[in-house]
Structure formats: structure tokens, C-alpha cells
Design a protein around this ligand. Structure first.
Ligand SMILES: NC(=[NH2+])NCCC[C@H](N)C(=O)O
Length: 267
């Protein structure tokens, strides 16, 4: 049975109001089956960079330990900021040798501490999945780039252009074909797949509660259909739904339909 692990980490976010991610995590948690849900008590304080180029590194490390203690097979992680996926893959039962990673996100998240405009770890999260960047946080071994598929990335900083081009990427329009994602992941040869969803991959017209909205995203229906089709050919190793940052409880209610649709697709 699927377990939900709610990780209200905000310290990886570059947003001015990053703490809205904590509200987003609890709004989602309130709609999950209680018996299958664990809410982690992550640090509330900001933490320190400890001489690295990653802001709030100490808090991120503490949360990573907590994820390691609680992650089981078949876990759906609920964020929080999107860097919690790195913690999950680091602790994944069975390791990542047979795992493909599908990164659904408006942003490429391919910075290193040297290139990051913000010092926020969420902007470095996919790079850390590849095993690069700050070594205290990067996966070791990383997931080889041949086993990473990006979906809906459309806000790319200059330093991210080359590393993004080295990955297989599906555009928003590519998802018009509901089989495209399954085919791309099958081509990696992986036997399991981790699906990472930052909700900013969705179109802002369909989903408002994100810290930095990027126009021309995917529809909740197209993304859910692609994930369901994917799961018919490759089993999930787990999934992440991150980046929900509602401005108010009333706004959170507006987005819950789309969120539950995504939860239904991965759980
Ligand atoms: N998944 C996200 N919300 N990423 C935000 C990254 C924004 C920007 N590229 C940075 O590194 O600061």
C-alpha cells in the first residue's frame, strides 16, 4: 500500500515567501488518508550554509536524515520545496541502479552552487540527482543522465542550457501524445521510475498556488494521463509532489482538485 510522507521543508526554496510551502504541505496532508500518512517534523528555522554555496544547508541535511528514517518502498513524498526528491532518492530502498527519474518542473533545477543565482538548493536539485554540485548533498552515485527525462521545463537560466540539452526532454506540447512519456522512460531501460512533480509545471491558468508562476504549462489532465500511461509499462519506485505554495486557505481550496488528480495518478 502507498504511504504518504509529508515533508514541509521550505529551506530549499528561493522564494521570498518560502514559508507558504509549509502551508501547502499541510493543506495537502489534510486531504490524505490519515492512517497512510506521516507528517515529518522538519526544522522550522532557516539553518546555515556552513561555508558552502548552498543556503540553509544545515536544515536541509537534518530533513534528509528524517526522510531516510521514514522512507519505505512505495512512498509518495509531499513537499515542501522540490529538493526533497534528492533526499528520497538518496534513501530509496533498493538504491537507484535500476531507476529512471522523471522531472516534471517549470524550472531546470540544474545549477551548481557556483552558477546558482539564488543559492537555493531547489534550483540545484536535479543537478544533485545527477551526482553533481555540493558533495554533501549530491547523490553518490548519481543517476546517469541517460536515465533522466524532463517534462515541461520552460524557465531555464543561461548556465542550465547545456546540462539541460544533455537530457531527454518532453515539452508541454509533447504531452499531447499520452504515450510520449511512457515511451521516453521505456527507452532508458530502467525497471522502476521515480516521478517528481513540482506543481509549477502546471499551467498557471489551471493552478495558482506556486511561488513563481511560469506561463504555458501542462494541464493537470494531460500530466495525469501521461503518468497513468507510464505506470502501465513501468512500476513506480515512488513519487514527489512538491512546490504547492497557496497564498491563503481559500486559494488552497481552489487548487486541491488539481492536486488530488495528481495524487491519484501517482498513488
Ligand atoms: N523548482 C523550482 N521552483 N526551482 C526554482 C529555481 C529558480 C532559479 N533557477 C534558481 O536557481 O534560483
Amino acid at each position: 500500500m502507498v504511504r504518504f510522507l509529508v515533508v514541509p521543508q521550505w529551506q530549499g526554496s528561493p522564494a521570498a515567501r518560502a514559508m507558504l510551502l509549509v502551508d501547502g504541505a499541510s493543506a495537502i496532508a489534510g486531504d490524505l488518508p490519515r492512517a497512510a500518512t506521516t507528517v515529518l517534523e522538519v526544522p522550522v528555522e532557516a539553518g546555515e550554509a556552513l561555508g558552502t554555496g548552498v543556503r540553509r544547508l544545515s536544515a536541509l541535511q537534518r530533513t534528509r536524515e528524517l526522510v531516510r528514517e521514514h522512507l519505505t518502498a512505495d512512498t509518495v513524498l509531499i513537499g515542501g520545496d522540490c529538493s526533497i526528491t534528492v533526499a528520497a532518492l538518496d534513501a530509496l530502498p533498493g538504491g537507484t541502479d535500476d531507476v529512471a527519474v522523471v522531472w516534471c518542473d517549470a524550472h531546470a533545477d540544474l545549477h551548481t552552487p557556483e552558477t546558482s543565482p539564488s543559492g537555493a538548493f531547489s534550483g540545484m536539485a536535479l543537478r544533485a540527482v545527477l551526482g553533481e554540485g555540493e558533495e554533501q548533498l549530491a547523490l553518490s552515485p548519481g543517476v546517469p543522465r541517460e536515465r533522466v527525462v524532463t517534462v515541461g521545463v520552460r524557465n531555464v537560466d543561461d548556465a542550465e542550457v547545456d546540462p539541460l540539452a544533455a537530457l531527454t526532454g518532453l515539452s508541454v506540447a509533447d504531452l499531447d501524445d499520452p504515450d510520449a512519456l511512457a515511451a521516453a522512460v521505456r527507452a532508458t531501460g530502467a525497471r522502476r521510475v521515480w516521478v517528481h512533480i513540482d506543481v509549477d509545471v502546471l499551467d498557471p491558468a489551471a493552478f495558482a498556488g506556486v511561488s513563481s508562476a511560469v506561463p504555458f504549462g501542462v494541464s493537470p489532465a494531460a500530466l495525469s494521463a501521461a503518468i497513468r500511461r507510464l505506470r502501465e509499462s513501468i512500476p513506480l519506485a515512488g513519487a514527489t509532489i512538491a512546490g504547492f505554495a497557496p497564498r491563503s486557505p481559500a486559494d488552497a481550496v481552489d487548487d486541491l482538485g488539481a492536486l488530488l488528480r495528481l495524487v491519484g495518478a501517482v498513488a
